[in-house]
Ligand binder design. Structure first.
Ligand code: XMP
Length: 327
């Protein structure tokens, strides 16, 4: 573990110029640390790991090996975007592992939220470690640790979620090029590195992915309903100028069915719940109130386009008392 800390007098990175200076400084430091050795990175496609990848590609090019594990719980289009941006456009050394079946088979029939999270986290480490073992000469492990992670670990609020978990025999030296940055600074740096806006300014997305938005035992058909309805919601928010304005928005498809009617026939299908929230610190959250037109349009599209859904509900509960995610 490195123990580099953010200097007390460090200027907040808010401009392209400050970002560029930070990038130049880091690239030099990365080259000095890594030399001609290889670095491994679990690239989820989230803001932090994407910025770390882009920085390392600049610093050490093909010495970086990115592993993108698709656990089958990613949003529509995410794995494709990671491949397009990093392999096709940035020429990164990217290993793509489609582990969907492995994860979904392990999760089959598991209803307890904590158990689901454990399985997803544990399986992720296993798949990543398997890929790492296939590679020769890796000495470094890059991580998208950011400054709030360190502060929260210091304060005992949460275990440092980006840190470790790899088997003990895999003893890599850590490389953490955004460790001293706040999230907004990571975004400015990412933009300066040329990452697309929808990667740099994306909303938060939980590690267990859509798995926590498919409450109870995950089935492939219900998971697909979550993924498709989420894609429609994101598309409509973008079209209506809400992308980047609303802090987080997503759909949940709970495990119960209700009666409906379609084309004159009875249906017995799931509801789709829409949640859109605003916050600054995620401890307290308010609900985004949508316009009547948008509500009607979302209902119509989701009902028409998502198989298995016959009802759309809106969750207007703040936090507290409700958490953002359902599990
Ligand atoms: P809750 O549901 O606790 O969520 O009100 C607060 C914020 O944290 C996100 N979240 C996660 N992020 N790993 C993450 O990286 C997780 O396991 C996780 N669970 C919740 C959630 O999306 C919200 O933004």
């Amino acid at each position: 573990m490195t123990d580099i800390r953010r200097p007390d007098n460090m200027e907040r990175i808010t401009t392209p110029e400050l970002a560029k200076a930070y990038i130049d400084e880091q690239i030099e430091a990365l080259r000095a640390q890594i030399g001609d050795k290889k670095v491994l990175l679990a690239l989820s496609g989230g803001v932090d790991s994407s910025v770390v990848a882009a920085m390392l590609i600049k610093a050490v090019g093909q010495q970086l090996v990115c592993v993108h594990v698709n656990h089958g719980l990613l949003r529509k289009g995410e794995p494709e975007q990671v491949i397009k941006v990093f392999r096709d456009e940035m020429n990164a050394n990217l290993i793509y592992v489609d582990a969907t079946d492995r994860f979904l088979d392990k999760l089959a029939g598991v209803t307890d939220p904590e158990q689901k999270r454990k399985i997803i986290g544990g399986e992720f480490i296993e798949v990543f470690a398997e890929e790492a073992r296939k590679l020769d000469g890796i000495e470094f492990l890059a991580q998208g640790t950011i400054w709030p992670d360190i502060l929260e670990s210091d304060a005992g609020i949460k275990a440092h979620h980006n840190a470790g978990g790899l088997p003990e025999d895999m003893d890599f030296e850590l490389v953490e090029p955004v460790r001293i940055l706040f999230k907004d600074e990571v975004r400015v740096v990412g933009k300066e590195l040329g990452l697309p806006d929808n990667m740099v300014f994306r909303q938060p997305f939980p590690g267990p992915g859509l798995g926590v938005r498919c409450p109870g035992a995950i089935t492939r058909d219900r998971l697909e309903a979550v993924r498709e309805s989420d894609a429609i919601l994101r598309e409509e928010f973008a079209k209506n100028g809400l992308e980047g304005k609303v802090w987080q928005y997503f759909t949940v498809v709970p495990d119960f069915k209700s009666t409906g009617v379609k084309d004159g026939k009875r249906t017995f299908d799931w509801p789709c719940i829409i949640r859109a929230i605003n916050t600054t610190d995620v401890m307290e959250v308010t609900v985004e109130h949508l316009s009547d037109e948008l509500i009607d349009h979302l209902v119509n599209r989701i009902i028409a386009e998502v198989p298995g859904i016959n009802r759309v509900l809106f969750d207007y509960t703040p936090k507290p008392p409700a958490t953002v995610e359902y599990e």
